[in-house]
Ligand binder design. Sequence first.
Ligand SMILES: *Cc1c(COP(=O)(O)O)cnc(C)c1O
Length: 376
Amino acid sequence: MVPQERAGAILTIDLEAIVENWRLLSARLGEAACGAVVKADAYGLGACRVAAALEAAGCRSFFVALLDEGVALRKALSAGSRIFVLNGTPQGMEGDFIAARLIPVVNTLGELAAWQERARAAGCFLPVALQVDSGMSRLGLAPSDAEKIWNDPSLLDGLSIELVMSHLACADEPGHPANEAQRKNFERLRAVLPAAPASLANSSGIFLGAPYHYEVARPGAALYGINPTSSCENPMRPVIRLSARVIQIRDIPEDTAIGYGQAAMTQRASRLATISLGYADGWPRNAAAAAFYQGVRLPFAGRVSMDSIILDITDGARQPREGDMVDLICEEQKVDDVARAAGTIGYEILTRLGRRFHRRYIDTNAGPVSVDDFKE
Ligand SMILES: *Cc1c(COP(=O)(O)O)cnc(C)c1O
Protein backbone atom coordinates (compact mmCIF):
# COMPACT_ATOMS: atom_id res chain seq x y z
CA MET A 1 0.00 0.00 0.00
CA VAL A 2 1.06 3.56 -0.69
CA PRO A 3 2.30 5.43 2.40
CA GLN A 4 0.09 8.19 3.69
CA GLU A 5 2.32 11.08 2.59
CA ARG A 6 2.28 10.07 -1.06
CA ALA A 7 -1.27 8.71 -1.22
CA GLY A 8 -3.87 10.38 -3.40
CA ALA A 9 -6.59 9.15 -1.09
CA ILE A 10 -6.86 7.57 2.34
CA LEU A 11 -9.39 4.99 3.48
CA THR A 12 -9.72 4.80 7.25
CA ILE A 13 -11.41 1.68 8.61
CA ASP A 14 -12.59 1.77 12.20
CA LEU A 15 -12.31 -1.78 13.52
CA GLU A 16 -13.67 -0.68 16.86
CA ALA A 17 -16.83 0.59 15.22
CA ILE A 18 -17.19 -2.80 13.49
CA VAL A 19 -16.77 -4.55 16.85
CA GLU A 20 -19.28 -2.19 18.43
CA ASN A 21 -21.76 -2.92 15.65
CA TRP A 22 -21.27 -6.65 16.22
CA ARG A 23 -21.94 -6.16 19.94
CA LEU A 24 -25.07 -4.15 19.16
CA LEU A 25 -26.38 -6.95 16.92
CA SER A 26 -25.39 -9.58 19.52
CA ALA A 27 -27.39 -7.71 22.16
CA ARG A 28 -30.41 -7.67 19.85
CA LEU A 29 -30.07 -11.39 19.27
CA GLY A 30 -30.24 -12.32 22.96
CA GLU A 31 -29.54 -16.07 23.20
CA ALA A 32 -28.73 -16.56 19.53
CA ALA A 33 -25.08 -16.35 18.47
CA CYS A 34 -23.96 -13.53 16.21
CA GLY A 35 -21.68 -14.68 13.40
CA ALA A 36 -19.98 -12.42 10.87
CA VAL A 37 -20.09 -12.47 7.08
CA VAL A 38 -16.64 -11.47 5.82
CA LYS A 39 -16.95 -12.53 2.18
CA ALA A 40 -15.53 -10.33 -0.59
CA ASP A 41 -12.69 -9.28 1.75
CA ALA A 42 -15.20 -8.18 4.41
CA TYR A 43 -17.11 -6.11 1.85
CA GLY A 44 -13.81 -4.55 0.78
CA LEU A 45 -12.64 -3.58 4.25
CA GLY A 46 -10.08 -6.35 4.83
CA ALA A 47 -11.34 -9.79 5.92
CA CYS A 48 -8.35 -10.85 8.01
CA ARG A 49 -8.21 -7.61 9.99
CA VAL A 50 -11.95 -7.47 10.49
CA ALA A 51 -12.30 -11.14 11.44
CA ALA A 52 -9.40 -11.03 13.89
CA ALA A 53 -10.96 -8.03 15.65
CA LEU A 54 -14.35 -9.76 15.82
CA GLU A 55 -12.82 -12.99 17.07
CA ALA A 56 -11.13 -11.06 19.88
CA ALA A 57 -14.58 -9.71 20.77
CA GLY A 58 -16.04 -13.23 20.95
CA CYS A 59 -17.32 -14.00 17.45
CA ARG A 60 -16.85 -17.69 16.58
CA SER A 61 -18.69 -18.25 13.28
CA PHE A 62 -17.43 -16.63 10.08
CA PHE A 63 -18.85 -16.82 6.59
CA VAL A 64 -16.99 -16.34 3.31
CA ALA A 65 -18.19 -16.99 -0.24
CA LEU A 66 -15.19 -18.74 -1.77
CA LEU A 67 -12.71 -21.49 -0.94
CA ASP A 68 -9.71 -19.19 -1.30
CA GLU A 69 -11.30 -16.54 0.91
CA GLY A 70 -11.60 -19.25 3.53
CA VAL A 71 -8.01 -20.43 3.09
CA ALA A 72 -6.73 -16.86 3.58
CA LEU A 73 -9.00 -16.27 6.56
CA ARG A 74 -7.95 -19.48 8.33
CA LYS A 75 -4.47 -17.99 8.86
CA ALA A 76 -5.97 -15.04 10.75
CA LEU A 77 -8.21 -17.05 13.10
CA SER A 78 -7.71 -19.55 15.87
CA ALA A 79 -8.67 -23.21 15.53
CA GLY A 80 -11.81 -22.67 17.62
CA SER A 81 -13.45 -20.41 15.08
CA ARG A 82 -15.61 -21.91 12.37
CA ILE A 83 -15.33 -20.75 8.76
CA PHE A 84 -18.30 -21.52 6.52
CA VAL A 85 -17.91 -21.30 2.73
CA LEU A 86 -21.24 -20.15 1.31
CA ASN A 87 -20.66 -21.05 -2.33
CA GLY A 88 -19.89 -24.66 -1.49
CA THR A 89 -17.20 -27.02 -2.74
CA PRO A 90 -15.91 -26.79 -6.32
CA GLN A 91 -15.64 -30.36 -7.60
CA GLY A 92 -12.45 -32.12 -6.54
CA MET A 93 -11.45 -29.42 -4.05
CA GLU A 94 -12.71 -31.23 -0.96
CA GLY A 95 -9.13 -31.89 0.22
CA ASP A 96 -8.43 -28.16 0.33
CA PHE A 97 -11.45 -27.65 2.59
CA ILE A 98 -10.14 -30.29 4.99
CA ALA A 99 -6.59 -28.87 4.97
CA ALA A 100 -7.84 -25.40 5.95
CA ARG A 101 -10.58 -26.77 8.23
CA LEU A 102 -13.32 -25.05 6.28
CA ILE A 103 -16.97 -26.02 6.53
CA PRO A 104 -18.70 -26.20 3.15
CA VAL A 105 -22.21 -24.88 2.86
CA VAL A 106 -23.64 -27.64 0.70
CA ASN A 107 -26.27 -26.58 -1.82
CA THR A 108 -26.70 -29.72 -3.93
CA LEU A 109 -26.98 -33.47 -3.31
CA GLY A 110 -23.97 -33.96 -5.60
CA GLU A 111 -21.80 -31.81 -3.35
CA LEU A 112 -23.15 -33.65 -0.35
CA ALA A 113 -22.19 -37.03 -1.83
CA ALA A 114 -18.67 -35.85 -2.69
CA TRP A 115 -18.14 -34.47 0.82
CA GLN A 116 -19.49 -37.68 2.33
CA GLU A 117 -17.12 -39.70 0.16
CA ARG A 118 -14.23 -37.64 1.59
CA ALA A 119 -15.42 -38.36 5.11
CA ARG A 120 -15.49 -42.07 4.32
CA ALA A 121 -11.96 -41.93 2.84
CA ALA A 122 -10.66 -39.94 5.80
CA GLY A 123 -12.36 -42.29 8.24
CA CYS A 124 -13.69 -39.48 10.36
CA PHE A 125 -16.71 -37.24 10.69
CA LEU A 126 -16.60 -34.06 8.62
CA PRO A 127 -18.60 -30.94 9.45
CA VAL A 128 -21.10 -29.62 6.96
CA ALA A 129 -23.74 -26.88 6.68
CA LEU A 130 -26.86 -27.61 4.68
CA GLN A 131 -28.46 -24.73 2.87
CA VAL A 132 -32.10 -25.09 1.90
CA ASP A 133 -33.88 -22.81 -0.56
CA SER A 134 -36.88 -21.35 1.24
CA GLY A 135 -37.99 -19.01 -1.53
CA MET A 136 -35.16 -17.20 -3.29
CA SER A 137 -34.24 -19.71 -6.00
CA ARG A 138 -30.59 -18.77 -5.71
CA LEU A 139 -28.75 -21.48 -3.76
CA GLY A 140 -29.72 -24.42 -1.62
CA LEU A 141 -31.35 -27.82 -1.53
CA ALA A 142 -34.85 -27.99 -2.99
CA PRO A 143 -37.73 -29.43 -0.98
CA SER A 144 -37.44 -32.60 -3.10
CA ASP A 145 -33.75 -32.93 -2.09
CA ALA A 146 -34.67 -32.57 1.58
CA GLU A 147 -37.27 -35.30 1.09
CA LYS A 148 -34.65 -37.61 -0.42
CA ILE A 149 -32.59 -37.13 2.72
CA TRP A 150 -35.68 -37.82 4.84
CA ASN A 151 -36.24 -41.08 2.93
CA ASP A 152 -32.57 -42.08 3.05
CA PRO A 153 -30.84 -40.74 6.19
CA SER A 154 -27.66 -42.61 5.19
CA LEU A 155 -27.01 -39.72 2.77
CA LEU A 156 -25.70 -37.91 5.85
CA ASP A 157 -23.65 -40.79 7.32
CA GLY A 158 -20.18 -39.65 8.35
CA LEU A 159 -21.16 -35.97 8.43
CA SER A 160 -21.86 -33.76 11.42
CA ILE A 161 -24.41 -31.09 10.60
CA GLU A 162 -23.14 -27.84 12.03
CA LEU A 163 -25.93 -25.70 10.62
CA VAL A 164 -29.10 -25.87 8.59
CA MET A 165 -29.49 -22.50 6.92
CA SER A 166 -31.46 -20.49 4.40
CA HIS A 167 -31.37 -16.92 3.10
CA LEU A 168 -34.08 -14.25 3.01
CA ALA A 169 -34.86 -12.41 -0.22
CA CYS A 170 -36.75 -9.43 1.23
CA ALA A 171 -35.44 -8.99 4.78
CA ASP A 172 -34.84 -5.27 4.18
CA GLU A 173 -38.60 -4.83 3.65
CA PRO A 174 -40.04 -5.70 7.07
CA GLY A 175 -43.63 -5.58 5.81
CA HIS A 176 -43.03 -7.92 2.89
CA PRO A 177 -45.12 -11.13 3.12
CA ALA A 178 -42.20 -13.13 1.64
CA ASN A 179 -40.40 -12.95 4.99
CA GLU A 180 -43.00 -14.91 6.90
CA ALA A 181 -43.55 -17.25 3.96
CA GLN A 182 -39.84 -18.04 3.80
CA ARG A 183 -39.67 -18.57 7.55
CA LYS A 184 -42.54 -21.08 7.35
CA ASN A 185 -40.88 -22.87 4.43
CA PHE A 186 -37.66 -22.98 6.41
CA GLU A 187 -39.54 -24.56 9.34
CA ARG A 188 -41.02 -27.21 7.05
CA LEU A 189 -37.64 -28.04 5.49
CA ARG A 190 -35.94 -28.16 8.86
CA ALA A 191 -38.50 -30.65 10.11
CA VAL A 192 -37.55 -33.03 7.30
CA LEU A 193 -33.81 -32.82 8.10
CA PRO A 194 -32.03 -34.10 11.22
CA ALA A 195 -32.10 -31.74 14.20
CA ALA A 196 -29.27 -29.19 13.95
CA PRO A 197 -28.64 -25.55 14.85
CA ALA A 198 -30.42 -23.25 12.40
CA SER A 199 -29.54 -19.94 10.74
CA LEU A 200 -31.77 -17.66 8.68
CA ALA A 201 -31.12 -13.98 9.43
CA ASN A 202 -28.75 -11.67 7.60
CA SER A 203 -28.34 -8.09 8.92
CA SER A 204 -31.87 -7.00 8.12
CA GLY A 205 -33.27 -10.38 9.21
CA ILE A 206 -32.05 -9.68 12.74
CA PHE A 207 -34.38 -6.67 12.81
CA LEU A 208 -37.41 -8.79 11.81
CA GLY A 209 -37.60 -10.08 15.38
CA ALA A 210 -36.90 -13.12 17.52
CA PRO A 211 -38.66 -15.75 15.33
CA TYR A 212 -35.99 -15.06 12.69
CA HIS A 213 -33.01 -15.37 15.01
CA TYR A 214 -32.65 -19.16 15.47
CA GLU A 215 -29.24 -20.30 16.77
CA VAL A 216 -26.83 -18.28 14.58
CA ALA A 217 -27.29 -14.99 12.70
CA ARG A 218 -25.19 -14.03 9.67
CA PRO A 219 -24.87 -10.24 9.46
CA GLY A 220 -22.54 -8.61 6.98
CA ALA A 221 -23.65 -5.14 5.86
CA ALA A 222 -24.73 -3.88 9.30
CA LEU A 223 -21.30 -4.68 10.73
CA TYR A 224 -19.83 -2.33 8.14
CA GLY A 225 -22.21 0.52 8.93
CA ILE A 226 -24.85 0.01 6.24
CA ASN A 227 -28.39 0.67 7.50
CA PRO A 228 -30.11 -2.70 8.00
CA THR A 229 -33.51 -1.06 8.53
CA SER A 230 -34.97 0.43 5.39
CA SER A 231 -37.14 3.05 7.02
CA CYS A 232 -35.61 3.83 10.44
CA GLU A 233 -32.62 5.94 11.33
CA ASN A 234 -29.44 3.90 10.99
CA PRO A 235 -28.76 2.21 14.35
CA MET A 236 -25.23 1.19 13.28
CA ARG A 237 -22.04 3.17 13.78
CA PRO A 238 -20.31 4.44 10.64
CA VAL A 239 -17.15 2.47 9.96
CA ILE A 240 -15.20 4.14 7.17
CA ARG A 241 -13.89 7.51 6.22
CA LEU A 242 -12.66 8.19 2.70
CA SER A 243 -10.51 11.27 2.11
CA ALA A 244 -8.79 12.54 -1.02
CA ARG A 245 -6.04 15.07 -1.57
CA VAL A 246 -6.56 18.40 -3.31
CA ILE A 247 -3.92 18.41 -6.05
CA GLN A 248 -4.73 21.66 -7.85
CA ILE A 249 -6.78 24.80 -7.24
CA ARG A 250 -7.53 27.27 -10.02
CA ASP A 251 -9.59 30.40 -10.56
CA ILE A 252 -11.58 30.04 -13.78
CA PRO A 253 -13.54 32.79 -15.57
CA GLU A 254 -17.26 32.70 -16.27
CA ASP A 255 -18.50 30.55 -19.15
CA THR A 256 -15.60 28.10 -19.17
CA ALA A 257 -15.98 24.38 -19.80
CA ILE A 258 -15.31 21.90 -16.98
CA GLY A 259 -14.15 18.30 -17.37
CA TYR A 260 -14.79 15.52 -19.92
CA GLY A 261 -17.34 16.22 -22.61
CA GLN A 262 -17.27 19.79 -21.39
CA ALA A 263 -20.46 18.65 -19.75
CA ALA A 264 -20.53 21.58 -17.31
CA MET A 265 -19.78 25.32 -17.71
CA THR A 266 -18.90 27.86 -15.06
CA GLN A 267 -21.91 30.16 -14.54
CA ARG A 268 -19.67 32.82 -13.00
CA ALA A 269 -16.03 33.34 -12.11
CA SER A 270 -15.30 30.18 -10.13
CA ARG A 271 -12.68 28.58 -7.96
CA LEU A 272 -12.20 24.90 -8.75
CA ALA A 273 -10.29 22.29 -6.78
CA THR A 274 -9.26 18.98 -8.34
CA ILE A 275 -8.92 15.98 -6.02
CA SER A 276 -6.94 12.79 -6.47
CA LEU A 277 -9.70 10.17 -6.58
CA GLY A 278 -11.87 8.93 -9.42
CA TYR A 279 -13.86 6.05 -10.76
CA ALA A 280 -10.76 3.82 -10.86
CA ASP A 281 -10.94 4.04 -7.06
CA GLY A 282 -14.46 2.64 -7.13
CA TRP A 283 -16.19 5.99 -6.87
CA PRO A 284 -19.33 5.63 -9.00
CA ARG A 285 -19.01 7.78 -12.11
CA ASN A 286 -22.70 8.62 -12.06
CA ALA A 287 -22.87 9.75 -8.42
CA ALA A 288 -23.48 13.48 -8.34
CA ALA A 289 -22.21 14.10 -4.86
CA ALA A 290 -19.91 16.44 -2.97
CA ALA A 291 -16.76 16.48 -0.92
CA PHE A 292 -16.55 17.99 2.56
CA TYR A 293 -13.81 20.16 3.96
CA GLN A 294 -14.07 20.73 7.70
CA GLY A 295 -17.77 19.99 7.36
CA VAL A 296 -18.30 22.46 4.49
CA ARG A 297 -19.97 21.02 1.40
CA LEU A 298 -18.05 21.37 -1.87
CA PRO A 299 -20.13 20.11 -4.83
CA PHE A 300 -18.73 18.16 -7.77
CA ALA A 301 -18.37 20.11 -11.02
CA GLY A 302 -18.47 18.24 -14.35
CA ARG A 303 -17.90 14.53 -14.81
CA VAL A 304 -16.00 12.15 -12.57
CA SER A 305 -12.68 11.19 -14.24
CA MET A 306 -10.71 7.99 -13.77
CA ASP A 307 -8.23 9.48 -11.30
CA SER A 308 -9.72 12.83 -10.36
CA ILE A 309 -12.85 14.80 -9.57
CA ILE A 310 -13.29 18.56 -9.90
CA LEU A 311 -14.95 20.43 -7.03
CA ASP A 312 -16.55 23.86 -7.14
CA ILE A 313 -15.24 25.52 -4.01
CA THR A 314 -16.28 29.08 -4.93
CA ASP A 315 -18.87 29.30 -2.16
CA GLY A 316 -17.03 27.22 0.42
CA ALA A 317 -17.11 29.05 3.74
CA ARG A 318 -13.84 27.33 4.54
CA GLN A 319 -11.53 26.55 1.65
CA PRO A 320 -8.99 23.77 1.29
CA ARG A 321 -5.55 24.53 -0.05
CA GLU A 322 -3.47 22.43 -2.41
CA GLY A 323 -2.25 19.39 -0.46
CA ASP A 324 -5.18 19.39 1.99
CA MET A 325 -7.47 16.39 2.32
CA VAL A 326 -11.23 16.57 1.77
CA ASP A 327 -13.74 13.87 2.77
CA LEU A 328 -15.85 11.86 0.35
CA ILE A 329 -17.35 9.36 2.79
CA CYS A 330 -17.79 10.85 6.25
CA GLU A 331 -20.33 11.94 8.85
CA GLU A 332 -21.95 14.36 6.36
CA GLN A 333 -22.06 11.89 3.45
CA LYS A 334 -22.41 8.27 4.48
CA VAL A 335 -22.01 5.13 2.39
CA ASP A 336 -25.79 4.87 2.01
CA ASP A 337 -25.96 8.49 0.78
CA VAL A 338 -23.35 7.82 -1.91
CA ALA A 339 -25.26 4.69 -2.90
CA ARG A 340 -28.50 6.65 -3.25
CA ALA A 341 -26.77 9.28 -5.40
CA ALA A 342 -25.43 6.49 -7.64
CA GLY A 343 -28.70 4.59 -7.84
CA THR A 344 -27.28 1.51 -6.13
CA ILE A 345 -26.93 -0.01 -2.65
CA GLY A 346 -24.29 0.54 0.01
CA TYR A 347 -23.05 -3.03 -0.49
CA GLU A 348 -21.91 -2.18 -4.02
CA ILE A 349 -20.20 1.05 -2.96
CA LEU A 350 -18.20 -0.77 -0.26
CA THR A 351 -17.24 -3.82 -2.30
CA ARG A 352 -16.09 -1.65 -5.22
CA LEU A 353 -13.82 0.61 -3.18
CA GLY A 354 -10.43 0.60 -4.83
CA ARG A 355 -7.14 -0.98 -3.94
CA ARG A 356 -4.81 1.99 -4.37
CA PHE A 357 -5.83 3.98 -1.32
CA HIS A 358 -3.59 4.27 1.66
CA ARG A 359 -5.46 2.20 4.24
CA ARG A 360 -5.47 2.95 7.95
CA TYR A 361 -7.07 0.78 10.60
CA ILE A 362 -8.25 2.21 13.89
CA ASP A 363 -7.77 -0.50 16.48
CA THR A 364 -6.94 0.52 20.02
CA ASN A 365 -7.07 -3.12 21.12
CA ALA A 366 -3.98 -3.83 19.07
CA GLY A 367 -1.81 -1.70 21.35
CA PRO A 368 -1.19 1.85 22.50
CA VAL A 369 -1.26 3.25 18.96
CA SER A 370 -4.79 4.13 17.95
CA VAL A 371 -4.17 4.45 14.24
CA ASP A 372 -2.28 1.66 12.59
CA ASP A 373 -0.97 2.37 9.13
CA PHE A 374 -1.44 -0.81 7.23
CA LYS A 375 1.48 -2.38 5.40
CA GLU A 376 0.99 -5.27 3.04
C1 LIG B 1 -24.04 -12.05 1.98
C2 LIG B 1 -24.84 -13.00 2.79
C3 LIG B 1 -25.20 -12.68 4.11
C4 LIG B 1 -24.97 -11.30 4.71
O1 LIG B 1 -25.98 -10.44 4.27
P1 LIG B 1 -26.07 -8.90 4.77
O2 LIG B 1 -27.31 -8.41 4.13
O3 LIG B 1 -24.84 -8.23 4.27
O4 LIG B 1 -26.15 -8.93 6.25
C5 LIG B 1 -25.82 -13.65 4.87
N1 LIG B 1 -26.10 -14.86 4.35
C6 LIG B 1 -25.80 -15.22 3.08
C7 LIG B 1 -26.14 -16.56 2.57
C8 LIG B 1 -25.17 -14.27 2.26
O5 LIG B 1 -24.90 -14.60 0.99
